[in-house]
Write a protein that binds this ligand. Structure first.
Ligand code: IVH
Length: 692
């Protein structure tokens, strides 16, 4: 096949794959099997590898996502993204309709569902997706194009014709319940915290660094608004139907309403029917259909006057509070959990509800035996929102909060400014010990496979695990002899334990489970202090110099290292061979020795991470924020104006990519230590017995 044939085939494959994506993701009516689809996709991928210069930036292969990290550029919206006025009251909604009808005479409204996801603005130029930007503050948002490209429901190229040469289409990125449930099941299995609702899950996914992960999260997107100059439509409904023709997913659940009654009917219908939809909705949006009338009504500073959101009431149920349990977390924090008489709420039977802390019990005057209101509001565990006082038993008494730990009997303490009670018995309170070990082994910490919650509990009950350090002294024979374990699982655990010694220092620091030191904070502290010893020796003031660390965190760290038991555990972990230091690459030149540099914006020649790596290779230090300590900033395309202003104010030098490259290009390399490569196998082997 000639080059020309191949290129023709590439264009053909792009078209076919686009067509089948549309049939699959938008129309929900696939014509070919997943297998056939994958075969076409692979064929295109191979051709693109052979002719990278011919690959379309919007090729269907780009949906698979790349694993490159992307920091998000902040970009200005061409048309600001407004929000909507909203109301929970059908009376207020009725008044809004009446007012508009009075002002304009005959008015048609379009009623639509209000999708509960995260807003997105998609910019198309000549029928191709150019950019996808989050709402941000309405004026500027984050450029999340690479992640959005992986969402099958969003066309990368439009079909049909008649679309404007340039326009922005807006809608909602949503995570259907099926994807949300799958994600939470995976997170549960990995010991990660569950996501509260599909809205948070969608918004969080969109901001992930790896678009490959985004591609697997099963996001969907539905569109509902068009913005552009001189758009050739006279009504909103006409625009929706045109956009549907170009391949966008537009909801079918819309209706033209000519009166207040028709709007009310639409709302009443969907308030019940929405429960059968495969995704979350939280209301109905009512829009004036005619664009001319929309223009007459105009906008306030925040929202258009021609649209309003009616929000559904969160689903509520009334049931009896039977008892309250107190759970003790790994940090000793006490969480009260209500046991309820089972009741039906938003499609599930609810038996438990969360109560945040003692203050909430006091504020709502919640008492045992009360009839309480519970609400779901999109969260997994419902919460108690009120008490039906008219149904209170006459002999009820105010709730007495516990004063001692239900697990170990220690007297509870309360820290200043903290609403929760804590059990201070860190070293002997069983759920704290088990919780800390669970935290230590989880994926984002030491990632020790095979050691799930149940196994930890079992090992603890058998006296084999009393703290995290014991993990490195597990006896293989004893382990394999435990009920339910066996040799294979035991070997699996020990292999996980062995591998965990390679885990980087910042994750070791996170794994220790120091109160308030989460994953990100651990990273900042590790980068600032470079070793565990330096952290253990630092004062509160010194700790607070690290980014993101305030007095509360700093104090928690010094408290941790002041505890003798913790110091013993840390020493034992050191002996086990865990990484207690940050790994630092040897610089190849001194060109930037002692210089603090901020890399900002997009660069023509290389990625931002590559730029940062160059700084380190030449002996410099990367900083995230502009301050007087910064020697210079390397500014790429669209560096944020706030950063530039700050740099100018502080007199920090701003270099272009070229100037930066010139600075390091001529640099003298540092002389490398000569390493003599062994020549023969015999020479390469150490002589037995002389090494130690
Ligand atoms: S129209 C200028 N229609 O709700 C009008 N918004 O609370 C733009 N939303 O920011 C918005 N479903 O993220 C519109 N059918 C729908 C919607 C919808 C969900 C979201 C959107 C908006 C927010 C306002």
């Amino acid at each position: 096949m000639s080059r020309n044939d191949d290129i023709r085939r590439m264009r053909q494959l792009e078209q076919e794959l686009d067509y089948h994506s549309q049939r699959y993701y938008v129309d929900n009516a696939p014509e070919i099997s997943d297998f056939e689809f994958d075969a076409l996709l692979r064929e295109l991928q191979d051709l693109e590898a052979t002719y990278p210069e011919e690959a379309d930036p919007n090729s269907p292969t780009k949906r698979v996502g790349s694993d490159l990290t992307t920091e998000f550029e902040s970009v200005e919206h061409r048309y600001p993204m407004q929000s909507l006025a909203n109301t929970y009251s059908s009376e207020e909604l009725g008044e809004w309709i009446d007012r508009i009808v009075k002002e304009l005479g005959e008015v048609e409204f379009v009623a639509e569902l209000k999708f509960d996801g995260t807003a997105i603005s998609l910019c198309y130029e000549n029928g191709a997706l150019k950019r996808a930007v989050t709402r941000g503050d309405g004026r500027r948002g984050d450029d999340v194009t690479n992640n959005v490209r992986t969402i099958g429901a969003i066309p990368l190229k439009l079909r049909g014709e008649g679309y404007p040469a340039m326009f922005e289409i807006r809608g909602e990125i949503i995570m259907p319940y099926a994807s949300f449930d799958r994600l939470n099941r995976e997170r549960e299995a990995a010991g990660e915290p569950l996501l509260a609702n599909p809205r948070n899950a969608a918004a969080g996914t969109l901001k992930l660094q790896s678009s490959q992960t985004v591609a697997h999260r099963g996001l969907d997107c539905t569109l509902y608004h068009l913005a552009g100059d001189n758009l050739p439509y006279t009504t909103h409904a006409e625009m929706l139907s045109a956009a549907r023709g170009w391949g966008f997913k537009i909801s079918d659940h819309t209706a033209i309403c000519r009166s207040r009654e028709e709007v009310e009917k639409f709302i009443a219908y969907w308030d019940t029917e929405r429960k059968a939809l495969p995704y979350a909705t939280d209301g109905v949006v009512i829009k004036v259909n005619s664009y001319a009338q929309q223009r007459t009504l105009g906008s306030t500073a925040k929202a258009p006057r021609w649209a309003v959101a009616y929000k559904f009431q969160a689903e509520k149920a009334l049931t009896k509070l039977v008892s309250v349990d107190f759970q003790v977390g790994r940090t000793g924090a006490i969480t009260p959990v209500a046991n309820l008489e089972p009741v039906q709420l938003a499609g599930t039977v609810v038996k438990r509800a969360s109560i945040h802390n003692a203050d909430q019990i006091a504020q709502l005057d919640i008492r045992l035996g009360d009839m309480v209101y519970i609400e779901k509001g999109g969260e997994i565990i419902p919460k108690i929102t009120g008490v039906e006082l008219s149904m209170r038993p006459t002999d009820s008494k105010p709730f007495e909060y516990i004063t001692h730990c239900p697990e170990c009997g220690s007297e509870l303490v309360r820290f200043e400014g903290e609403a929760k009670h804590y059990c201070p018995n860190q070293s002997d309170c069983p759920p704290q010990i088990v919780g800390r070990i669970e935290h230590f082994v989880k994926r984002k910490a030491m990632d020790i496979e095979g050691l799930g919650g149940e196994t930890i509990e079992l090992l603890w009950q058998n006296g084999m695990l009393k703290d995290i350090a014991d993990i490195y002294h597990l006896d293989p024979v004893q382990l394999a002899s435990l009920p339910r374990l066996g040799e294979k699982s035991a070997a699996n655990i020990l292999e996980g334990v062995r591998r965990s010694k390679e885990v980087s220092f910042e994750r070791v620091l996170f794994a220790l489970g120091i109160r308030f030191v989460g994953e990100t904070t651990a990273k900042y502290i590790a980068t600032h202090f470079l070793s565990l010893d330096a952290i253990a020796l630092a004062s509160v003031e010194e700790l607070a110099e690290a980014e993101e660390v305030g007095e509360k965190i700093a104090r928690s760290i010094t408290d941790y290292f002041a505890d003798e038991n913790n110091r013993r555990i840390v020493e034992s972990l050191r002996e086990a061979g865990l990484k207690f230091d940050m790994e630092i690459k040897q610089p190849t030149s001194n060109a930037l020795m002692g210089k603090s540099v901020v890399i900002s914006g997009k660069f023509a020649g290389r990625s931002r991470d590559d730029m940062k790596a160059l700084v380190e290779e030449h002996g410099g230090k990367n900083l995230a924020a502009v301050s007087a300590n910064v020697d210079f900033i390397v500014a790429g395309e669209n560096m944020g104006p706030a950063k530039r202003q700050k740099a100018e104010k502080l007199g920090v030098k701003i270099l272009s990519e070229e100037e930066f490259m010139a600075l390091i290009e001529g640099a003298e390399p540092i002389e490398k230590k000569t390493v003599v490569e062994p020549k023969t196998e015999a020479e390469a082997k150490p002589i037995q017995g002389t090494l130690f």
